[in-house]
Design a protein. Structure first.
Length: 231
């Protein structure tokens, strides 16, 4: 009898563990409330702010606007295992389209699943209060497949931004914050914008200059990201 109860208990525990690893339902963050805006958010900050590589785990998490839906498991790709690339790709009728690419640069397999978490910091050092949505702007399927990346393989997430686009007088984006899995430390990725005075001055980990990516994301832009997929 005790043995039978033990088997039942183990089965229940396994079921609960499996449920815990299921990705969460996609989320959305609406227009920010006035209480969320920092003091003098619309003014250029003349004081120096923390460089991307010096941001703490807590500071990076605070910059997120929306969290990743995928559970953080033993097999999940970690920030140290991947390289991120965010590219502008196309535009049509006030909509901009891009792609987030995650490449496994480690020597072992790792996985990504679901919608990435994301946020942004502006060129003046403020957190950008994006209207954030986890929704694929190109492939409307809401499936969140588990993607296993062997060394050198990549997965991508489609990106769209629209609505209140950045202009020459508003704070342009300078840093994307990407979270691969829920509760994981986010990854900062410097980018340049159409209106950045520092366009072309950012470099990657190897010191290679980053191109002007054409992002006109600003404080109140709507940004959508789809789930991780492979070609």
């Amino acid at each position: 009898m005790n043995r039978r109860l033990s088997v039942v208990a183990l089965a229940a525990a396994a079921l609960l563990a499996g449920c815990a690893d299921e990705p969460a339902v996609p989320r959305g963050v609406p227009e920010p409330h006035e209480s969320e805006f920092e003091y003098s958010w619309d003014e250029k900050n003349d004081e120096p702010y923390t460089a991307p590589e010096e941001l703490t785990a807590s500071e990076l998490t605070d910059l997120l606007r929306i969290y990743a839906t995928g559970a953080n498991t033993m097999a999940s790709c970690t920030p140290s295992q991947v390289d991120l690339e965010i590219q502008y790709m196309d535009a049509a009728m006030g909509h901009r389209f891009g792609r987030l690419t995650v490449t496994n640069t480690s020597a072992t397999d790792c996985t990504v699943q679901g919608y990435p978490g994301f946020g942004a910091r502006g060129e003046w050092g403020h957190k950008l209060l994006l209207k954030a949505e986890q929704s694929d702007p190109i492939d409307y399927s809401t499936d969140q497949p588990l993607v296993t990346l062997e060394p050198g393989e990549s997965a991508y997430s489609n990106v769209e931004w629209t609505g209140s686009l950045g202009g020459a007088e508003s704070e342009p984006i300078s840093l994307f914050i990407i979270q691969l899995a829920d509760a994981q430390i986010p990854i900062p990725r410097p980018v340049t914008s159409l209106y950045s005075q520092d366009a072309g001055n950012f470099v990657d980990a190897q010191g290679v200059p980053l191109p002007n990516t054409g992002f006109d994301i600003s404080m109140d832009t709507t940004v959508r990201m789809g789930p991780f997929r492979t070609d």
